[in-house]
Design a protein. Structure first.
Length: 427
């Protein structure tokens, strides 16, 4: 067998194990997802570092997260309804343009050309304002991307496609903070924010390769009735609701990423590169796990594995909270990402499998409120708790509360702990 035949055989074997990747549009969607998440995580990491350098106030880190979570909660349901009624590629395009404009605004705010007479307090509040705009844009971008996934990937390939989609998200989430640390240390905040806008602009290349999709929901029912229908669907599906509540409270109490600038400066005493490495650690662990799950998908007892992995996540956060050693802290964040990756695949597969095409925007919007917004609100909670209890006590207390949430959900939602992909039609 020559080299060409060997390559063709390996290619055939790869695509047979990963059928979702046979679609070139799905591969372009993955590239778009990686790029946007990379740019936004790079931007977020720079902003957290910049705001803490400007204020030297832990609570200010919490307000960065709060500025994004307010529109995520307030606008998501309306945005989901709007996404269901419009062409999905167009919605992604509009959101991407908005992200680019926001990135340009943050760059100008950080640049030396910005009026020097502006006080630090006003500058920080302007950062909060632009983060708020980004939060509004996210309420349209997330359900539009979720809907595109369902319209591109065949239903039979959802578990495999979900693994790759989650891996794409984590690749961006890992590289963004890592590159942000490099830019902060080598080129400065201003240059880093400039490149965020450039990276976002480049994402129109894969987006242009995705065709327009039909609008599944065409009837113009009243907005409030449409929103109510999406909420009702989530609350009448125990497995879906249980998974979202479990993740929401776990992230809310167990999130420690927002406090990494404090750990870097006051506890671990590492430089900007060390900060970037710590920020990227959960994503590195997640990518490794997603790669395994893409070839060895979860099959048996995914519900019980979900609870086991969320427990591992909480324990990792507790150990990280009390650690004063950089290597141990890195390893615990790495483990937290590995455990979280398994739960992400299970939750995302549940969400894709049980959601009708005509309701994807609205259900994804509810998911944004339950899950995605908990990341930013968790950042706010972390900042408040650290300001009140101290950094270490805040992180450890959050991990312990997460264990309590896990025990409560395990006892109260039997359909989730007994969930299997084979019985999904019973939801």
């Amino acid at each position: 067998m020559n080299v060409v035949q060997t390559f063709q055989s390996a290619k055939k074997s790869f695509f047979s194990k990963n059928p979702s990747l046979q679609s070139i549009e799905f591969r372009r969607l993955l590239l778009l997802r990686i790029g946007v998440i990379f740019a936004l995580n790079m931007q977020a990491t720079i902003l957290y570092y910049w705001v803490y350098q400007l204020t030297n106030n832990k609570l200010s880190l919490g307000f960065v997260g709060l500025a994004e979570v307010i529109p995520a909660i307030g606008c998501s349901l309306f945005a989901g309804h709007f996404v269901d009624l419009n062409e999905k590629k167009k919605m992604v395009s509009y959101a991407l343009i908005g992200y680019i404009i926001t990135a340009v605004g943050l760059f100008l705010l950080s640049s030396s050309y910005f009026p020097i007479i502006v006080s630090v307090t006003l500058k920080v509040w302007m950062v909060y304002g632009l983060v708020f705009v980004g939060g509004v844009l996210r309420t349209f971008f997330v359900p539009a991307m979720f809907s595109l996934f369902g319209l591109i990937v065949p239903r039979a390939h959802y578990p495999n496609g979900t693994s790759w989609s989650s891996m794409a998200w984590q690749i961006g989430a890992v590289l963004g903070p890592l590159v942000a640390g490099i830019f902060i240390g080598c080129f400065g905040i201003e240059t880093g924010l400039l490149w965020v806008g450039i990276f976002l602009l480049l994402m129109f290349i894969p987006l242009m390769g995705i065709s327009k999709k039909p609008i599944v929901k065409k009837e113009k029912e009243p907005m409030l009735e449409s929103i109510r229908e999406g909420i009702k669907f989530v609350f009448k599906t125990p497995t879906l609701l249980g998974a979202q509540l479990l993740d929401m409270f776990s992230v809310l109490f167990g999130g420690a990423v927002a406090l990494l600038p404090v750990y870097q400066k006051e506890i671990l005493h590492v430089d900007e590169m060390g900060f970037g490495i710590l920020r990227a650690a959960p994503g590195i662990g997640a990518i490794f796990t997603f790669a395994i799950l893409a070839f060895l998908p979860l099959q048996r007892q995914p519900g019980k594995k979900l609870f086991l992995c969320v427990t591992g996540f909480a324990v990792s956060i507790i150990i990280f909270g009390i650690s004063t050693n950089f290597i141990l802290s890195f390893l615990m964040l790495l483990c937290s990402g590995m455990f979280d990756a398994v739960s992400v695949v299970i939750r995302s597969t549940i969400l894709q499998l049980v959601t009708p095409d005509a309701m994807r925007g609205r259900v994804s919007a509810v998911n944004t409120i339950f899950v995605s917004s908990s990341n930013e609100f968790g950042d706010f909670e972390s900042g408040v708790m650290a300001n009140w209890l101290g950094t270490v006590r805040a992180v450890v207390t959050g991990g312990v509360l997460t264990l309590g949430v896990i025990a409560f959900t395990y006892a109260k939602v039997p359909k989730l702990r007994n969930f299997s992909f084979e019985t999904k039609s019973e939801e």
